[in-house]
Design a protein. Sequence first.
Length: 337
Amino acid sequence: MKSKAPTIKLIAKELGVSISTVSRALRDMPEVNPETRERIIKYAEEVDYQPNMVATSLVKQNSHLIGVVVPNMDYFFSSAVKGIDEAAMEAGYTVVISQSNESYGRELANTQRIMNSQVEGLIVSLSSETQNIDHIKKILKRNMPVVFFDRDTPDIEASKVVLDNELGAYKAVKHLISKGCKRIAYLGAEKNLEISNSREAGYLKALKEAGMSSDESLIVHGKFDKDNAYLKTMELLRLKNLPDAIFAISDRLALGAYMAIKDKGLRMPEDIALVGFNDEPIMSLLSPSISSVSQPAFEMGKMAARLFIEELNSEGEYEPRTEVFQPELKIRDSSTF
């Protein structure tokens, strides 16, 4: 038979002391005789006693659990989650992670499940489908901290950790213009997604600054999906007047564009240049290698966790903070003429 896990009650029985004495000794409370405390702690270590964290959290009214909901676990989000986890662990917290797979329904269900797991609040990056944010508002009404990172919403006043997405897109398109590109296509995601709108604004700003008018036929919106990006790129490549460059708002979309360009028998950058966004490792391994806008995912994750813990441990009214990180353009073969 499997032996029972040691409990405070069993330790008390074995050592001939009261349950309350064992409890106080394990919590290092002063009213326990030093010799008795040492005997209890030594025995607890020998039998590998582990405290019941659920019961402890009910007594202390905290669980030291942080809920995290992300759209997926691709390179950016997995790196960000590592940052969240590191900062959480440093502060004595544990993260409970769930992914929405870019689905609003799944984000809603997973948020409810996580909140039922005694977490103390939520760090969230919204799915590309999310427009209704009532599920987040309910958490705030319970006076629990919510921190957005990467993908946020202007409709909620909460702490946010974001990239200067407009600047990142501006840098990418300005680079393409400097290389002589005249017909630069924009490959974006759903219009309701804030980061897509910000990156489109950067694209338009670079064109305007260069005295170039935007062409609606070159501005394409689709799903945050590689296969959909492939189809959208094929549409661009069927235009009578082809684009000479494509700016994709994520490397996932850039990969779809890359495959379409290859299948069309076009060369990069001679026939068409390409720049992505996120700087995933695969971008430097392809042939030709793909230029991309880099963002510090790990550091953004750490900041999100620190803001969460800061708000959780604050006294009185907490003023939400927004931390903005700066992008960096990594230039590679796909846009080097």
